[in-house]
Design a protein. Structure first.
Lengths: 225, 225
DNA sequence: AAAAAATATGACAGGTGTGTCATGTTTTTA
DNA sequence: TAAAAACATGACACACCTGTCATATTTTTT
């Protein structure tokens, strides 16, 4: 209790307490408007003007909740991360038992399911990974390194389990893995927009299998002569 | 001759004839300013205001050479492509003789040498590949498809030569190859900026070897039991 | 119900950018 | 050398954005 009252410090929270005191409907409206804006625009193209316009709040109010658009971006990105966790939690929890390549496949699949259910969040996240390092550092606040670390651990465990070739450079492989994951989601998002609406994403998952086949076996022809 | 005179049509060239009539020194100043601006900023952040400021020309003059900033971007991107050609021409010409994986390696190496000699051009090109599809289509005008086609041909020849596993999906593999190429160059550019200045790029090429090892052999452990 | 605290508002100053245009200046042509 | 063509210039109108602030409204506290 004393704890709690102490937590109301002079340091402002990053979305302000005021923001969380808001009636849920209004708060949701702001969040939705922000997601739309960040899904459609790069960090620098996104504007407070458009967000408050769509959310139907005044400029003055915006600054009562966030100190600038970067704070809002951070908040939305974190929320997105939490939502994505829901999709990959099951896979992560089985990381020690399953074969490394099965894990990888499940991670890719989870990523696609997330993108299917929350296309705007996926879009927004992918956009962020394409931003300059300076923007990424400001908004993701070290989350990127965490991703790499996660994949490095996965591969390291894979070597210990005997699944993964000990000859591969783990740092490089994890970069490759993350990059490929982004490309896979990106590809899914563009295809599901333009082409036929794949209501079942199973068809698309076959594409992922082909991708993983390459990642697992390489491009070289096996069993000569 | 009649041909040549006919080519002076009512359709305005895209950098205007006026631009090419300019004294070389002035033209170069504009090109340099544009390269700087496009290397430092995204398509939407780049501005005519800053370019003319650095080049020391008036706003009115700019519009005598280009109809808007997109035209300038196109022009610079094309120039950059021509310059890059110089680096990969040798490799391309040997495409039929050499082993497919040797070709790939040489292509990566050529990309790195290009980035080493012309970091701003490489930066600018990499930035463009990260832009939205709409921007890419406007500026690259189908050049992207050409890149994919090039890699698909390389892989197809590889299968015919017996180098490449016929089981791999060529479309996906070519996407992977292009993506990796971008990542490699990106990585080189960031490293050569922040860390120690690698005056010899040979050290960095070892990284590329590790990358290609994965692409060639995959991540899976070989020779079981 | 009066005072205090919390929340909301939009006008405003100031910044950056674009494309145009009337007006110069220089070069070429006749 | 006079007319025409080519080239250069920067002020201007308009657009879009940001962060602040005096003021108004609502809610909570006393």
């Amino acid at each position: 209790m004393t704890r709690l009252s102490h937590s109301r410090e002079r340091m402002e929270k990053v979305p302000t307490q005021t923001f969380f005191n808001l009636p849920e409907e209004k708060r949701e409206r702001i969040i939705r408007a922000a997601i739309d804006e960040f899904a459609d625009n790069s960090f620098h193209q996104a504007s407070i003007a458009k967000i408050i316009e769509q959310a139907g709040i005044s400029r003055g109010s915006f600054y009562q909740y966030f100190s600038d658009i970067k704070d809002l971006y951070k908040f939305i990105f974190e929320k997105s991360g939490q939502e994505k966790m829901v999709y990959i939690y099951d896979v992560v929890s089985k990381m020690n038992e399953l074969n490394t390549f099965v894990i990888m496949k499940e991670l890719y699949k989870a990523g696609i399911r997330f993108a299917n259910d929350h296309p705007k969040l996926a879009l927004l996240g992918n956009k962020l990974y394409k931003e300059d390092i300076s923007v990424r550092n400001e908004v993701m606040a070290g989350l990127e390194e965490k991703s790499y670390q996660f994949y490095e651990d996965l591969l390291q465990k894979g070597i210990e389990k005997g699944d993964v070739d000990p000859g591969v450079d783990i740092t490089i492989a994890s970069r490759l893995f993350l990059t490929m994951n982004l490309a896979v989601v990106e590809n899914f998002l563009t295809n599901s927009k333009h082409d036929h609406f794949l209501d079942d994403i199973e068809g698309y998952l076959q594409e992922v299998d082909k991708m993983l086949y390459i990642l697992e076996h390489g491009l070289k022809k096996k069993d000569y002569e």
